[in-house]
Design a protein around this ligand. Structure first.
Ligand code: GLN
Length: 291
């Protein structure tokens, strides 16, 4: 297939858009990112790659890892066990909302919000948080031919400030009997959010969800892609689905991954975020490139 060309003019406009966004302050290394960084990668199912901008810039995936944790656990535990632990309904409140979990009586509404992702992180395989993150990283790199790695620098930065909302979510999940080992669950979650790479790595990961792999069940990547559509951008998901219609996941680092069913994937990186924690320029670019 022939993708729309990522023109210099489009990149210039995206830069302009990004100026309305803000950098997150609760993870120091993300607050120190250059707001001007902008990168886009397009990869088609026949492996044609188009890149533009700061495509060598490395960033942590943060919440963009969540669909891949779901995929990994669907493959390793199966659908029944996974959806006994988290729901598949869209959420109406921010990604780290304790109220959402309280409304749902301690049952995480979906795997794209923090309560669901922390719960799923508690089922990852490995003796400790680091080995768990390395196992899923190895599995994903193998399946998608990407070069993700665990960034200790980002992890130290995440750990340097307390995160009272994630802590409160963990306490609620523990009180409800969802988490057996709260410290391990949260530490594993923090590790997997620090898996890092470039837009090229991210777009390769995305293609895994479009094309599958010989070893990944078709049904599983369909489930993941549906949940990305309904919940990948948190409370902004429904509007984006109506307007753009592509399964999409964002991360607080400014990463965005969109799937173009049967055709390919788009990955973008631009740190400034809108009020819902989604990259301003990233969402704008996906919308433009999908026209
Ligand atoms: N580690 C981040 C957090 O829990 C990830 C959130 C995100 O990317 N939206 O706050």
């Amino acid at each position: 297939m022939v993708f729309k060309t990522i023109s210099s003019d489009l990149m210039l406009q995206a830069h302009q858009k990004s100026k309305t966004g803000q950098l997150p302050q609760y993870i120091p290394c993300l607050s120190e990112a250059d707001p001007q960084w902008l990168a886009v990668a397009f990869l088609s199912i026949d492996n044609q790659l188009q890149i533009k901008g700061d495509s060598q810039q490395i960033f942590p995936l943060m919440s963009v890892i969540k669909p891949f944790v779901l995929l990994y656990l669907l493959e390793h535990l199966g659908e029944k066990l996974v959806f006994e632990r988290v729901g598949n309904k869209s959420s109406d409140l921010p990604f780290n909302s304790l109220s959402q979990l309280e409304i749902d009586d301690g049952f995480p509404r979906n795997p794209m919000i923090n309560s669901g992702a922390i719960t799923l992180a508690s089922f990852l395989i490995g003796k400790n948080s680091k080995l768990r993150a390395e196992n899923i990283c190895f599995w994903l790199n193998q399946k998608s031919n990407s070069k993700l790695f665990l960034s200790e620098t980002v992890l130290n930065s995440v750990r340097s400030l307390s995160n009272p909302l994630n802590q409160a979510i963990v306490e609620k999940l523990t009180a409800k009997g969802v988490l057996e080992n709260p410290e391990l669950a949260l530490d594993t979650y923090n590790h997997i959010c620090c898996l890092s790479g470039t837009v090229i790595d991210l777009v390769r990961l995305g293609l895994l969800l479009v094309k599958g792999s010989d070893y990944v069940l078709l049904k599983h990547y369909q489930i993941v892609s549906e949940i990305m559509t309904t919940s990948g951008l948190y409370e902004a998901s429904a509007d984006f689905a109506a307007k753009v219609g592509l399964p999409t996941k964002s991360g607080v680092s400014g990463a965005v991954l969109s799937l173009i069913p049967e055709q390919g994937a788009i990955a973008t990186y631009s740190p400034p975020l809108n009020s819902q924690g989604n990259s301003v320029a990233g969402l704008w670019l996906v919308e433009q490139l999908n026209i």
